[in-house]
Design a protein around this ligand. Structure first.
Ligand code: PHE
Length: 343
C-alpha cells in the first residue's frame, strides 16, 4: 500500500487534470465522456481512488476520506456549471439549417406626425410666438355659442353657409371654432388675445371638403384695436408660414359676427400668380376669413363697445396643408392610406 502522502498527491494531480480538461469541453457529448471518465461507477478515476480507502489505517482513512470527498464535491460543482453553460449556449444558437442566424433583423417602421398635425403645430407656434395664448372649447356645442351669440339668430340666412350636423336636445357639432371666442370672452375681461385650434364639422364631401376639418380661430380685443392691427398680424403670419416673398390680398367679404369682414388670399403658389387650374385662373388662393368683431357680439358677452374693439380670424388648416404639401384632394388626409402618409 502506498503511503498516505502519495495517495493525496495523486488525488491533487487528478483534480488539476480534471479541471483543465473540463475547461476545454464545448459539447454535451464531450461532457458526458468526461463524466464517465472521472465519475463512472465501473472505471471512473475518482471511483478507483476511493476504492483505495479500504486499504488505509483508520486515521489515514479519515484524513484522506475528507480530502477525497472535498475534491469530488468541487469537481461535481464544476461539472454542473458546465452543463448549464452548454445548455444555455445551445438554446441561444439554434443548429444551422433550422434558423438562418445570419439573416438581418426585421426593422420597425418609423412613424411620424400626420401632415395636418404638423401644420397645426406650426400655425400654433407662429401665433404663440407673437404672444397669443391657446384657448379651447367643446366639439359638441350649443346652438347659442355656434350661432346665436355670433349674431346669427335662428332665422338668419347666413346659417345656410354652414351645413350643420344637428344633435338631439339643442346640441350640434360646431361648424366653426368661432364659438370659442364667445366662451373666452364670457370668462375673461379684455385685453384678450387667444387662438383656438380645433376640429369643426360640416355636411360636405368633395375634393376640397371633408365632414371634419380643422380651424385655428384668432381673437384679439383691447382698447384702440383697428383693422391695421389685423392686417399686420395676418401678414406676419402668412409670411412666416409661406415665406417672406408671399403676395397677400385682402378682399371685402361677409360674416355675421364681423364688420367689416374680409377674406385673405395669397398669390397662387402653384403658378406664381399667372393663373392655373388650382387657383381657377385667378392667380389667387383664398386662405382665411377675418374681420373686426361685430358690436352685437360684444353686447352678448357684455363688453363695452364704446371702449373696446377687436379683430377675429379663422384659418382652415387643411387648406394650408394642401398648399404646403402640394396635395390636390383634401380627402387624402383622412383616408389613412399609408402610401400617402409615408411620403
Ligand atoms: N368662422 C368663419 C368660418 O368658418 C371664419 C371667421 C372667423 C371669419 C373669424 C371671421 C372671423 O367661415
Amino acid at each position: 500500500m502506498p503511503p498516505l502522502n502519495e495517495i493525496v498527491d495523486q488525488l491533487n494531480l487528478l483534480r488539476q487534470q480534471a479541471e483543465k480538461e473540463l475547461s476545454f469541453i464545448d459539447t454535451t457529448e464531450k461532457l458526458e465522456a468526461f463524466r464517465i471518465k472521472y465519475f463512472g461507477r465501473a472505471s471512473g478515476a475518482l471511483t478507483a481512488l476511493f476504492k483505495t480507502l479500504s486499504g488505509l489505517s483508520p486515521e489515514d482513512r479519515a484524513v484522506f476520506g475528507k480530502a477525497a470527498n472535498l475534491a469530488k464535491e468541487q469537481l461535481h460543482d464544476l461539472l454542473e456549471n458546465k452543463t448549464i453553460e452548454l445548455k444555455s449556449k445551445t438554446a441561444a444558437v439554434p443548429a444551422a439549417g433550422i434558423v438562418d442566424i445570419t439573416l438581418p433583423g426585421r426593422s420597425m417602421p418609423q412613424g411620424h406626425a400626420h401632415p395636418i398635425s404638423r401644420v397645426l403645430a406650426e400655425v400654433v407656434s407662429i401665433f404663440t410666438t407673437m404672444g397669443f395664448s391657446i384657448a379651447e372649447g367643446p366639439e359638441i356645442e350649443l346652438d347659442y355659442y355656434n350661432f346665436e351669440a355670433l349674431n346669427m339668430p335662428e332665422d338668419h340666412p347666413a346659417r345656410d353657409m354652414q351645413d350643420t350636423f344637428y344633435l338631439p336636445g339643442g346640441f350640434l357639432l360646431r361648424t366653426q371654432t368661432s364659438p370659442v371666442q364667445i366662451r373666452t370672452m364670457e370668462k375673461s375681461k379684455p385685453p384678450v388675445s387667444i387662438i383656438a385650434p380645433g376640429r369643426v364639422f360640416r355636411r360636405d364631401w368633395d375634393i376640397t371638403h371633408t365632414p371634419m376639418f380643422h380651424q385655428v380661430e384668432g381673437l384679439l380685443v383691447d382698447k384702440g384695436v383697428s383693422m391695421t392691427h389685423l392686417k399686420g398680424v395676418l401678414e406676419a403670419f402668412l409670411k412666416a408660414f409661406f415665406g417672406a416673398g408671399t403676395k397677400i390680398r385682402f378682399r371685402p367679404s361677409y360674416f355675421p359676427f364681423t364688420e367689416p369682414s374680409t377674406e385673405v388670399d395669397i398669390g397662387c403658389i402653384f403658378c406664381g400668380g399667372k393663373g392655373c387650374r388650382v387657383c381657377k385662373t385667378s392667380g389667387w388662393l383664398e386662405i382665411l376669413g377675418a374681420g373686426m368683431v361685430h358690436p352685437e357680439v360684444f353686447k352678448k358677452v357684455k363688453y363695452d363697445t364704446d371702449v373696446y374693439t377687436g379683430f377675429a380670424f379663422g384659418i382652415g388648416i387643411e387648406r394650408l396643408a394642401m398648399l404646403k404639401y402640394n396635395i390636390n384632394d383634401l380627402r387624402m388626409f383622412f383616408e389613412n392610406d399609408l402610401r400617402f402618409l409615408r411620403q
